[in-house]
Each structure stands twice: as structure tokens, then as C-alpha cells.
Design a protein around this ligand. Sequence first.
Ligand SMILES: *[C@@H]1O[C@H](CO)[C@@H](O)[C@H](O)[C@H]1NC(C)=O
Ligand SMILES: *[C@@H]1O[C@H](CO)[C@@H](O)[C@H](O)[C@H]1NC(C)=O
Ligand SMILES: *[C@@H]1O[C@H](CO)[C@@H](O)[C@H](O)[C@H]1NC(C)=O
Ligand SMILES: *[C@@H]1O[C@H](CO)[C@@H](O)[C@H](O)[C@H]1NC(C)=O
Ligand SMILES: *[C@@H]1O[C@H](CO)[C@@H](O)[C@H](O)[C@H]1NC(C)=O
Length: 417
Amino acid sequence: MVHKIIFINLALALSVTASPILEGLGSRISFRGRRGLATNGWFDEERTAQQVVRDHNKHRANLLNLQQNMGREAFNKGAQILPIAVHDTTNQRRQAEQLTDENDDEFWGGNITIGTPPQHFFLDFDTGSADLWVPSVDCTEASCSKKHKYNASASSTSESKPESFSIKYGDGSVVTGPVYTDAVSIAGVSVADQTFSAVHALAPAFASAPSDGIVGLAFPALSRLHQTPFVNSAVAQGAVRHGEFGLKLAPARSELFLGGTDPALYTGPVEYHPVTGSGFWKIGNGSLTLGSTTVSANFTTVIDSGTTLMYGPAPAVAAFYALVPGAAPHAAQPGFYAFPCAAAPAGVAFAWGGRAWPVRAADLSSGRLNATHCVGALGAGDMGLGENTWLLGDSFMKNVYTAFSFDKNAVGFAELK
Ligand SMILES: *[C@@H]1O[C@H](CO)[C@@H](O)[C@H](O)[C@H]1NC(C)=O
Ligand SMILES: *[C@@H]1O[C@H](CO)[C@@H](O)[C@H](O)[C@H]1NC(C)=O
Ligand SMILES: *[C@@H]1O[C@H](CO)[C@@H](O)[C@H](O)[C@H]1NC(C)=O
Ligand SMILES: *[C@@H]1O[C@H](CO)[C@@H](O)[C@H](O)[C@H]1NC(C)=O
Ligand SMILES: *[C@@H]1O[C@H](CO)[C@@H](O)[C@H](O)[C@H]1NC(C)=O
């Protein structure tokens, strides 16, 4: 399970291109996409287990932040802060491998610069969180050895803040460090005095990732730092024309567009749905259909580019797999199901009261388990986000162009070109 070849992919990952502001329209940055959690097409038990724990704890942290910033009344019905999930890393062999693996495909990311003169970073664009952090030159841990690191002394625009930043990721470690403001630029969109953290400790889940850190694209209410996230700063400082960004996530030609949506990447209108509640890119009246059968309806959906898979409430997910011939729970990974690869479900679609947005059969599989069976990319999971709430990550987002509009307070979907 050591993949030397991945170093080539890492090089590709860094070769993103940014183009300057487009005729006052917006600004685009292309980045390399990920394929999912599979390793060479095979379901990867260890990485999936690690990812499930990370997703759980990320949203647990979001709820803590929401409580801190807005109070408990901002919680959706049924939302609660669940106990932290813990990833069992007692398997030493695997743990050792994590540090040498370069998993090229777990993150979507692109170049950003911080400071004057600019220091370069490769970050994960995450619509499911609202803070910006990068490793600091003070991180001397092995987990930081392959990362680009922020050197505050080398930036004339850096200012140190009294706060500190800390998130628990549940694998026995925290991401933590001091807080700064500095100039931040993504795809030619430059913001002054952006608050972020330069961390000196990294969870193992991040050590093996190709990205240096995260840029959160969710609402300010989720910010641990209780500060204005990058896109909102860009809007406030007039660095973008519209308070909107668009994402195309695909194995090739992925793109973040700042200041609107990129008409070059989709056809037809963008179907917008109002955001419900606080903090998350979350919309109501969702439904899931398989062929002509409605599996579940009127549910709430969080759209999260920082989550690889898709999660729904256990009864609804069981009802879904009951319709897939030969599907059965996958004992090794609670909440997940295996099904004959040959019977991969076709005709699966999500809708929010408008048109149905199909999910390709290939995106419903998280890789091969053995010669005949695949593990589904839709699993049962409760992150405490509220009653009847689904979390849709890349497996869904790869099928649509997604618009995130602060101006309209809405999430929109359009058909990819
Ligand atoms: C992206 O980052 C790499 C590594 O720091 C840098 O060499 C390259 O110039 C950057 N590309 C762009 C388009 O900014
Ligand atoms: C950080 O930058 C300062 C000023 O340029 C330099 O003296 C120092 O060596 C740098 N630190 C590291 C760890 O690169
Ligand atoms: C849909 O769910 C909302 C709450 O999320 C509820 O107020 C509404 O009554 C539900 N509609 C139907 C038709 O069940
Ligand atoms: C909710 O979704 C259903 C099914 O897609 C649709 O028939 C209904 O009109 C939607 N309701 C609202 C209030 O949008
Ligand atoms: C593959 O795994 C499934 C689910 O665990 C099992 O039912 C099936 O018998 C296995 N097939 C082979 C060829 O091992």
C-alpha cells in the first residue's frame, strides 16, 4: 500500500493555473480533482475509516463554533454536539504507512498566496468549514515536513493577533496555532488583513494529504476564529463584484470561480434553492429517487466540498440499498453497504423541488471490495447536523456545477457542459 507513483500526481496537483480577473466578471482558478477514496479502484478501508472520523469531527467542530457565535437557538431541529469520534490507530503498520503515503486524491485544492512578498500554499477548498489555516515555520513535527509553511517574519504585511486557533480531529491530535492577519490572494482576488491561523501541530489525517491546509468557504457563523472568511472579506473589500462563487469538481478541469459563476462550464439556468438555517450551505426539501421510486423526501441537505462521500440517516440509507439487488451492510465499516459492482444503481437522482440531478453510477461506488462487489459511496452517518439531514460531498458534487451565493443566500445547481 505504498504508492511511489503518487509523487508524480503530487507534482500535477501543484501545477494549478490561475488566470487574472476576467473582464470584471469574476476570477477563476483551476485545480486538480480527486477520484474518491479508492486506491487504484479498490475500496480502501483505512482511508475511509479515517475520512468518516474526520467528517464527523469537522461537523462537530462546526456545531461548537455555531454555538459559540450564534448560540444554540441557531441549531436546526434535532441538531446536537455528538461525542468526538476516535479513529483507532492501534494498527501500527498502517499508521507508519500513513506518513509515507501521498494520497493524491482526497482533496480538491489550488494555489493561494499569503503575505508580502507572496508565500505560496496549496489548499483544500472546503464549503463545509469557515476558517483558513496553513502550517507555520514553527511546525517542526514530521507531519509538516512536506508542507509549505508560513513565515510571519518574512511578510511585511503580517500582524500577530492575541487569539489562538484549535480544532480536534479525534485521532489523538489537534490542529492548533497562533492567529495572524495578512494579505491573501486566490486567483488574482486579493484581500488585505485576512484573519487565518498558522498552525504548529497537524493531525495525521492532514500529514498525508497533498494540501498544505484549508480555506473554508462556508458562512462566518461557522468560523472558529469568529472572523470573516476569505470570500466574505473579498466581498466586503470590493475585490469581487458579486458575493458568489462557483465550483466544478471533476477529475479533470476542476475550477473555483470567485465573484459569480463561470458560464463556460455549464449550460442552461442555475436552479437556486434558499439556504435554511445558519452557517452551513444547507438547503431544504431534498428528495432521493432511484428510478421511479422515491426513497426519501423533504430532507435537509448540507453541500460540502470538503467531504468525499455522501451520508444520510440510517433508515433512509437502508431503504435505498433495499432497492439495489444483492446489496448488504458492509460489516467492516458500519453504515456502509456492499453491492455487486455489476448491479451498480443507475437512475439515482437528488432533487430539491425542481429538476432531478442524477448521480452517475460510477460516483455511487467507493471502490471494489473484491472480484465481484463494490462499496457504496452513500453511507449512513449522523454528524449531529439535525433531524433528517443529509451531507452531500464530492460524490454528488462531481455531477453538477454548484453555485454558492451569499448575495441570494442560496445554493444553485446547473448542468455541467
Ligand atoms: C503554484 O504554486 C507553486 C508552488 O509554490 C508555484 O511554483 C507556482 O508558481 C504557483 N502557480 C501559480 C499559477 O500561482
Ligand atoms: C523566516 O523569515 C526570516 C526573515 O526573512 C528569516 O530570517 C528566517 O530564517 C525565516 N525562518 C524560516 C524558518 O525559514
Ligand atoms: C417538510 O419539512 C419541513 C421541516 O423541515 C416541515 O415544516 C414541512 O411540514 C414538511 N413538509 C411536508 C410536506 O412534509
Ligand atoms: C418539494 O419537492 C417536491 C418533490 O421534488 C416538489 O413536488 C414540491 O413542489 C417541493 N415543494 C416546495 C415547497 O418547493
Ligand atoms: C465479495 O464480498 C461480498 C460482500 O462481503 C461477498 O458477499 C462475496 O461473496 C465476495 N465475493 C468474492 C468473490 O469473494
